[in-house]
Ligand binder design. Structure first.
Ligand SMILES: NC(=O)c1ccc[n+]([C@@H]2O[C@H](COP(=O)([O-])OP(=O)(O)OC[C@H]3O[C@@H](n4cnc5c(N)ncnc54)[C@H](OP(=O)(O)O)[C@@H]3O)[C@@H](O)[C@H]2O)c1
Length: 254
């Protein structure tokens, strides 16, 4: 499958690196020359000079531009969309809007998050009704080049985005706070970030790979009368869990 990407900003360039590193033929365009030039080093990168060319040459096109620019882009290329699959990466341009703009065509939503930059995205895929089973499989495979993918139903897409899409920001804040504590007690700032982020990554990997319940894993590091339980008690007193649920709820209720 030949993949096109229109827009090579934060998300577009992160996804492009993943696809190109995995030897996928990729057709790229951004209106800024310096953003296109970054990809010249890849043999399998086809750098084009218009968004229409990307649509003409690709089987599936990732629209990696800001939500407000989607309307204009789709209007501009609508007449040359035939069998190509249009991929929206923003929930602001959901299946309903895609259906309005591209009635009868093939489209889907694929919501990545910024860890796509280090090939660790959690991408939720929500297919439109004209996407065939084999096409969906191929798209999943392609998008797996920059992380993990899951099929998410249309009804779950908002909670997926409020949790997984925003998760990097929540975790960055957590890492910053824990590193501040380390600095408070005299550790060097760089070392604090490195140690804390590795500890967070290790814990996330434990959940993912052992498939143990997070509560069981927590119990395994909590010795009776030890130090960890003291930290956990303090977190409970500050309503740590409730604050996280509240943060996600505040997005869902908007
Ligand atoms: N950042 C995230 O965490 C995240 C996560 C999931 C999804 N998303 C979604 O990803 C999309 C892209 O976000 P981003 O942060 O990557 O944006 P960005 O950094 O602004 O990148 C978009 C790039 O596309 C260019 N562009 C706009 N219209 C174009 C067109 N018609 N043809 C070619 N290039 C065009 C822009 O140029 P100009 O600057 O001149 O407009 C810019 O260089 C958004 O819809 C966002 O909602 C973001």
């Amino acid at each position: 499958m030949k993949i096109g990407i229109v827009g090579l900003g934060n998300m577009g360039s992160a996804m492009a690196h993943g696809l190109l590193e995995n030897k996928i033929e990729t057709y790229l365009f951004d209106r800024h020359e310096e953003k296109r030039d970054v990809f010249k080093k890849y043999e399998n990168a086809h750098i084009l000079l218009t968004d229409r060319e990307v649509v003409e040459k690709s089987d599936a096109i990732i629209v990696a531009i800001k939500p407000y620019a989607y309307d204009e882009f789709l209007e501009k290329v609508k007449d040359i969309i035939d069998k190509q699959i249009i991929i929206s990466i923003t929930s602001s341009f959901d299946l309903k809007k895609l259906e309005e703009k591209l009635k009868g065509k093939k489209f889907l939503m694929a919501l990545p998050n910024t860890p796509a930059k280090v090939m660790e995205s959690m991408t939720g895929i929500c297919p439109g009704k004209n996407i065939e089973e084999d096409e969906l499989k191929e798209i999943e495979e392609v998008l797996s080049s920059f992380g993990k993918t899951k099929i998410v139903s249309e009804k779950d897409i908002k909670i997926f985005e409020s949790s997984c899409g925003c998760m990097p920001a929540y975790v960055y804040m957590f890492i910053e706070a824990a590193a501040d504590a380390c600095v408070y007690y005299g550790m060097k700032r760089d070392m604090a970030y490195e140690c804390v982020s590795q500890a967070v990554m290790g814990a996330a990997k434990m959940v993912n790979e052992t498939k143990e319940h997070p509560g069981v894993l927590k119990d395994q590091v909590t010795t009776s009368g030890g130090t960890t339980i003291k930290g956990l008690k303090s977190l409970e007193e500050s309503a740590f869990r409730a604050s996280i649920i509240d943060a996600i709820e505040s997005i869902m209720e908007n």
